[in-house]
Ligand binder design. Sequence first.
Ligand code: SAH
Length: 373
Amino acid sequence: MSRLKERLIERIKAQGPLTVAEYMTFCLLDPVDGYYPTRDPLGSDGDFITAPEISQMFGELIGLWALQSWMDMGKPEKVQLVEMGPGRGIMMADMLRAAQLDKDFLKAVNVTLIEASAALEAVQAKTLAAAPCPVSWAPDLASVAAGPIIIVGNEFLDCLPIRQFVQKDRFAGRAGWQERVVSYIDERLQYALSPVPLSDVVQASLPAAQKDAKIDELLEVSPAAAQVLDQIKARFETDKGRALFIDYGPAETEFGDSLQALKRHKKVGVFLDPGNTDLTARVDFAAFIEAAHSVNMRVTQPVEQREFLSKLGLEMRAMALARAVPESKAKIGRQLHRLTDDAEMGALFKAIAVQSGGMELPLGFKSFAEPLA
Ligand code: SAH
């Protein structure tokens, strides 16, 4: 049994069940036994792989997106380029290589990485040792130097802790939801329902789609994602800015448990080996839009990764790379397939952007989401 599992069982015995969000936070971020702080989880001998790890083209196109965003802001003399959850720093390295297209942009850029894991921070420092602009780390957005800001995050939202609720009394509406918790029963970690009624604040945080739930349906909520949006909004009050997130999840709220644990690219039970398996949950893009609107922030409709990357010029970039290094043609074809095929990342993964007032639609998107009247 992992040391974290022992610790969690002791804690539940002494203090009662954990919310799913608390369980996720311990598993992913505990400084001593948590998943991210104790390893580099990416790559072929790791537990999962992400788009920037699949192909350099991904980060290069995000770099062009950032460059265009800087232009849309009126080419400010200084711009803070922030990445949330940068993993091994590969996306940022590829972004900065593409950014060299415009020397003025590169001169303006100051990179800040927001990373919860000291282990990964060390890897990022290595990857970006020769970066063509200053690179530093910050604990959160509020600590990033003032001025115009461009924020990016790939597979960042999916590892933020979610809470889960089950509808037990449809006729009670929002008050009919009960929280699912992690308990220790019959000598094992397992789910239970908390008998404690939800506070008004928590009831209000459930997305609008909660009203469509049937009895026993499960709904996931990401308070941490809403908090990130609050922080971004606070920043946009004083500075021009734009933020781009790419992640997996449906465009409309779906019911059901999506919390999954991955070990060596295979799904395993979420209670099997806490602290040693990756935990993620799909992103609810409709709820993300609601949360952005609730703080009066301009937000786009999500766009499928296939379409987003294509609009940024993925196919052309692939052809150029294949022409430059003909032996790599088959490999680049495979990368293209993984990033864009509907059965791979093409449709499940989506991009979404929020921005400060007065700016046009960001590159790669089709429309803004309009708040419900
Ligand atoms: N963006 C990278 C890595 C994705 S994995 C890629 O696409 O390859 C998730 C990343 O988010 C890791 O770097 C992890 O350590 C970091 N992370 C997880 N929770 C975080 C939090 N609350 N704050 C900051 N970083 C976090």
